[in-house]
Design a protein around this ligand. Structure first.
Ligand code: SF4
Length: 455
């Protein structure tokens, strides 16, 4: 290779997922909505497989089903026909259209097609249409998390209409688990603070067993509440790495003057303290006793766990804001984070990690954005961590290096109950702490020739 040539760049086992996949999850968190991919069928099949095996719920994703002909001549006709089919089959209240690599590459003007579709469909049927929201999600330029946030931003941009003041807040929780969303709603309820949670996957991606199959599952953020978000007294947006990007909360502030509070995901004690302090400020109320008790029990557990965790060394990987929260949590329980790695490229990760650890860590962890599992493997060879913390795609690394993997976030494909993992709040920190300590105890016990019964 000549010196002037750019080296060949490839990705081996990406530490991120497809961008429109995140958009589909966000759309599933809206009442009566059906996600729709403008692209080929394989995209929808891949995403359905990923989402179903994590959440263990049915996940219908419609597709405009493009083939070779449309790849050459454009997918307008397929998109319009697909929307009509979905309206007839599902009778949805909203269709969330996300683009894919193919339709972004051939340059389909999706907003223009949707405008034409609205005019033609109304003129033809004379009836009202479901809400139609479109989002641009070329997967070669981002991660599933960016697709998720872009979809939420598009919903705010295209559906919020009213600025009539009401007494509650808008909460943008980010791509967290259904259990996390349920817990956030419980906390706000206990503060007596009304809230629109967008999106709300607490039921639509973790629902009860039903006698009859529902084409569109119950739950999700009510559309009339979304329309009124412009009158919220404030917005709470979770995710430190959203700084510097016009996210849903930032857009709500610019268009409707709703004050935006950008916080870290409340993972661990101190990030959760910041979340509760803001709720105290907004409501003028003290933290409810049940949550104060959970906080106290968590500190007690931190003390008990210290002898097992202090001095251990961890590598954390996955979605950026979860990596930030987990790093804050590990640092405060005495585990040294060695490497914080993500496939995302927000440019905000290092700053966010520093913000949550600089006051308690003497040695800052290495922070790597835009990495794949191949690069992580090279790093781990020299770092020799005691534990990995991240999603299931890190299993091969854990196996190769013979160290435990604490499974968090998305996707969890090789364990049961990924949708019920609680990461947030004092209660979530307690779950993470117990899991962490038990991983080390199990390892110690398994490696002992005596087989201690007490550890
Ligand atoms: S990465 Fe692109 S081509 Fe692959 S599933 Fe996602 S949108 Fe489709």
């Amino acid at each position: 290779m000549k010196k002037t040539e750019t080296p060949y760049i490839s990705t081996t086992n990406a530490c991120k997922l497809c961008k429109p996949l995140g958009a589909c999850v966000a759309f599933r968190g809206i009442e009566g909505a059906i996600p729709f991919l403008h692209g080929s069928q394989g995209c929808a099949t891949y995403m359905r497989r990923y989402i179903i095996s994590h959440f263990r719920e049915p996940m219908d994703i419609a597709s405009s089903s493009l083939g070779e002909k449309q790849a050459v001549y454009g997918g307008e006709a397929n998109l319009k026909q697909g929307l009509l089919n979905v309206m007839n089959k599902y009778n949805p209240r909203m269709i969330g259209v996300a683009t894919t690599c193919l339709t972004e590459t051939i340059g389909d003007d999706v907003p223009g097609i949707m405008r034409n579709f609205r005019k033609e469909a109304v003129a033809c049927s004379g009836e009202g249409l479901p809400h139609l929201v479109e989002v641009s999600t070329p997967s070669y330029s981002g991660t599933h998390m960016e697709g998720f946030h872009s979809a939420v931003r598009s919903v705010v941009d295209q559906l919020v209409r009213n600025r009539e003041p009401w007494d509650g807040v808008s909460l943008f929780p980010g791509f967290v688990s259904p259990a996390d969303v349920r817990h956030l709603k419980e906390i706000l309820h206990d503060f007596g603070l009304p809230a629109v949670v967008l999106p709300d996957i607490s039921e639509s991606l973790d629902g009860p067993a039903l006698e009859d199959y529902e084409k569109i599952p119950a739950g999700g953020t009510p559309l009339n509440q979304i329309e009124n978000m412009g009158g919220s007294r404030a917005s709470l947006e979770l995710g430190r790495t959203l700084q510097g990007w016009e996210s849903a909360g930032a857009l709500l502030e610019r268009k409707f003057g709703v004050k935006r509070h950008l916080l870290g995901l409340p993972v661990g004690l101190r990030e959760t303290d910041r979340f509760f302090a803001l709720l105290e400020e907004i409501t003028g109320k003290e933290t409810p006793r049940s949550h104060a008790l959970e906080r106290g029990r968590l500190i007690d557990a931190y003390v008990d766990a210290h002898k097992y965790l202090f001095g251990k060394r961890a590598v954390i990987f996955g979605e950026e804001d979860l990596v930030v929260g987990l790093t804050a949590f590990l640092a405060e329980v005495g585990i040294q984070p060695l490497l914080c790695a993500t496939g995302g490229k927000s440019g905000q990760l290092e700053k966010a990690v520093t913000a949550v650890t600089s006051d308690i860590l003497e040695d800052a962890p290495a922070v790597k954005e835009g990495v794949d599992f191949h690069e992580m493997e090279e790093e781990i060879q020299t770092l020799s961590p005691d534990i990995l913390v991240g999603h299931s795609k890190g299993y091969q690394l854990a196996k190769r290096f013979k160290i435990p993997l604490v499974r968090v976030g998305f996707p969890i494909h090789d364990r049961f109950g990924g949708q019920r993992i609680l990461h947030l709040g004092y209660r979530g920190a307690q779950v993470l702490l117990d899991e962490m300590v038990n991983q080390f105890l199990e390892r110690k016990q398994a490696g002992s020739s005596i087989g201690y019964g007490y550890l």
